[in-house]
Structure formats: C-alpha cells, structure tokens
Design a protein around this ligand. Structure first.
Ligand SMILES: CC(C)(COP(=O)(O)OP(=O)(O)OC[C@H]1O[C@@H](n2cnc3c(N)ncnc32)[C@H](O)[C@@H]1OP(=O)(O)O)[C@@H](O)C(=O)NCCC(=O)NCCS
Length: 178
C-alpha cells in the first residue's frame, strides 16, 4: 500500500469509506466540465464503483489513484490518478480537487509527489498530462512541476457536445533527474 506525505497532504489509496465525501465534491458542474471523463450529475453509486475499480487497477499494475487528504484535519479533498502504459514506461496523470480547495497550490503539491513516485520508484521514462486549452489552472499545475508543453491536439475530445482542444505536457526521466 503506497502512502505519501507532503507538507500539507496525505496521498493514499481510496477506501470504501471515502465514497460519500467523494460524491459530494465531484458532483459539481465546475469540477466535471474541464475533465475528460467525469460526468455531471455524478451518478448515484458511481463513487463506490469508482473506488472498487481503483483497487483492481492497483492489483493489475496499470495505474495508481491517490485520494488527497488534508494532513491537518484528515478531510478528503480530491484525487490524482496515474494510468500506466508498461510497454512504453509511460504514464498519464489526471487530477481534480473539490472547488473549495482550488488555487491554494494543492494540486501542484500532490502532482509533484506523484511525479517523484513515477520516476524514482516505478522507473518510468515519461509522464504526460493533458488539459483542455480552456483550463489554464490545469496547465499551470503542469508547468509549475517542470513539465514541457508538447502541443495541442485540435478538437481531440468530445465533451458535452463540444469538441475540445487538448494541450499535452510532459516530463521525461532525463529531465527529472537532471
Ligand atoms: C485543475 C485543478 C486540479 C487545479 O488545482 P489547484 O489545487 O487549484 O491548482 P494549484 O493551486 O496548484 O495551481 C493552480 C494555478 O492555476 C492558476 N489559475 C487558476 N485559474 C486560472 C485562470 N483562469 N487563468 C490562469 N491561471 C489560473 C492559479 O493562479 C494557480 O497558479 P499560481 O500558483 O501560479 O497562482 C482544479 O482547478 C480542478 O480540480 N479543476 C477541475 C478539474 C480539472 O479540470 N482537472 C484537470 C483535468 S486535466
């Protein structure tokens, strides 16, 4: 079981008991609208199903999903996930936080720890992340973590009947260890 502590956060695997708080925070138009695959409204029972599936993926070694917990009061705040392509030693990050926690540097702090895990423990070669071009906060999280803008895939995702331009950022192993 992989658990990390940063200055202000605990990153730990999801537990069945997180389902209610997860639903409360994720069932928010503003959280869902800039993500590639969070629905709104979030379905009843969706949180429990999501958590159950995370444990399976952990077992399969094709991904890790961390619950972000406030170190001070142990409140659930959001999530950072990493999907791994073992053939290419590459991972893709995704993340979200409950709206009340935005713009306080939490995503940047959590992503930094997950990048460290990916390169130092999992020996990945490349970690990428993608954001809608209309989501500067997410791009900022990547840039603040030293990731390089690779380019924009035009109209690459269909979200709620709109084709969205998606900007890709990445960090290479050789850059991380430089
Ligand atoms: C993206 C998200 C995870 C960022 O989390 P966060 O904890 O607020 O991120 P941080 O505080 O670490 O960094 C956000 C940065 O974006 C900046 N920012 C926020 N809104 C912005 C805007 N409209 N334009 C430009 N910059 C903006 C903030 O100022 C901050 O930068 P700074 O530290 O240099 O001031 C959060 O906004 C979120 O959950 N959004 C909904 C889900 C989502 O879009 N997930 C990403 C999918 S790729």
């Amino acid at each position: 079981m992989t658990v990390f502590h940063t200055d202000r956060l605990i990153l730990r695997p999801f537990e069945a008991g997180d389902a209610e708080e997860l639903h409360q925070l994720i069932n928010d138009f503003d959280v869902a609208s800039t993500t590639l695959n969070i629905p709104y409204p979030y379905p009843e029972g969706g949180a429990a199903a999501f958590i159950a599936r995370r444990a399976e993926i952990d077992q399969e070694g094709t991904g890790y999903t961390f619950a972000l917990i406030d170190k001070g009061n142990h409140t659930f705040m959001g999530s950072i996930g990493m999907t791994i392509n073992n053939n290419h030693k590459r991972a893709e990050l995704g993340y979200w936080l409950g709206k009340r926690y935005w713009n306080q540097g939490y995503a940047t702090e959590g992503v930094k720890r997950v990048l460290q895990f990916g390169f130092e423990k999992l020996a990945l070669n490349k970690i990428v992340a993608a954001a809608m071009t209309k989501n500067p906060a997410s791009s900022s999280v990547m840039k603040k973590n030293g990731m390089t803008y690779e380019g924009t895939f035009r109209q690459h995702f269909l979200k709620w009947d709109v084709y969205e331009d998606i900007a890709y950022y990445s960090l290479l192993r050789e850059e991380y260890f430089k």
